[in-house]
Every structure is written in structure tokens, then in C-alpha cells.
Ligand binder design. Structure first.
Ligand code: DQA
Length: 147
């Protein structure tokens, strides 16, 4: 099973077309292809899930506790600002994770400036667009290699 798990929450299936001023023009498929290459270059296995359903993310995080996952990269999207359930799931499984956002949530509307994840994350990347995913994965791989 994959050591690295990349989770994306609601509406991120629309990346590339959705509000490009905030989220850029790169599709999620293109981001995942780049991450697959990066993982392969360092001989790490990687898995992906994008879903619009909170319960599917909770279930996938639970599964990660038992399937060999060692690190999670997570863009919770709108659930960032609402989901105690996802926060609790991550704390329950105890796997390290990086929270990532394409846009800088701290430079946007007040309701986006609170995250239920940041204080329990290993790190947070916000505002660097699609490149942020590559930086997060690089940090995750470095974390794995230091163990
Ligand atoms: C987002 C920021 C969230 O506020 C928003 O709801 C998203 C995407 C980002 O990647 O910038 O859907 O997580």
C-alpha cells in the first residue's frame, strides 16, 4: 500500500476551471501527475483521493491508519473552516500531515482565516498555488527519509 496519501476536499475536482484568480489554471489531474513523478523519483508509493463528501474523507483517513500510509498531504478545501469531524479523524489516527491550500487563506474573507487543522498539522502551506503540493510532498518525503 502507498506510503504517501494526498487528499483533496470539495470542489477541487474543478481545479483549472474554478475561480482561476484564486486557484490557478492547473487541473487536479496535472497536479497528481506531477506528484506521482516526484514520488517515483524517490521510490515512494503514493495514493490519491478527491471527494466532495466529508464522510468519505473520514473513512479514508481511518483506512490510512491500517494500510501502510505514513504521511498525508491534505487540502480540506471548504471543510478547512467547518470540519471538527475531519480534524478528529486525523488526531485519532495520529498520522503526520501537511495542510495545504492553493490560495492564501489568511489574505481572504474572515471566514476562511480560521482552520480546524493548522494547530494539529506538521506544517501548513497556503498561497503558493499548485507548486504548494510539490513543496508539501517534498517535505513529506524528507520527513519519511529522516525516520
Ligand atoms: C482552498 C481554500 C478554501 O477556503 C476553499 O474553500 C477551497 C480551496 C485552497 O486551496 O485555497 O475550496 O482550500
Amino acid at each position: 500500500m502507498a506510503e504517501l496519501l494526498v487528499l483533496n476536499g470539495p470542489n477541487l475536482n474543478l481545479l483549472g476551471a474554478r475561480e482561476p484568480g484564486h486557484y490557478g489554471t492547473t487541473s487536479l489531474a496535472a497536479i497528481e501527475a506531477r506528484l506521482t513523478t516526484l514520488a517515483a523519483e524517490t521510490s515512494h508509493s503514493i495514493a490519491f483521493l478527491q471527494t466532495n463528501a466529508e464522510h468519505e474523507l473520514v473513512a479514508r483517513i481511518h483506512e490510512a491508519a491500517h494500510d501502510g500510509t505514513r504521511f498525508i498531504v491534505f487540502n480540506p478545501a471548504a471543510f478547512t473552516h467547518t470540519s471538527v469531524a475531519l480534524r478528529d479523524a486525523l488526531v485519532a489516527v495520529g498520522l503526520p500531515f501537511i495542510e495545504i491550500h492553493l490560495s492564501n487563506i489568511y489574505g481572504r474573507e474572515a471566514f476562511r482565516q480560521h482552520s480546524f487543522f493548522s494547530d494539529v498539522a506538521t506544517g501548513v502551506i497556503s498561497g503558493l498555488g499548485a507548486l504548494g503540493y510539490e513543496l508539501a510532498l517534498t517535505a513529506a518525503i524528507s520527513h519519511l527519509q529522516s525516520r
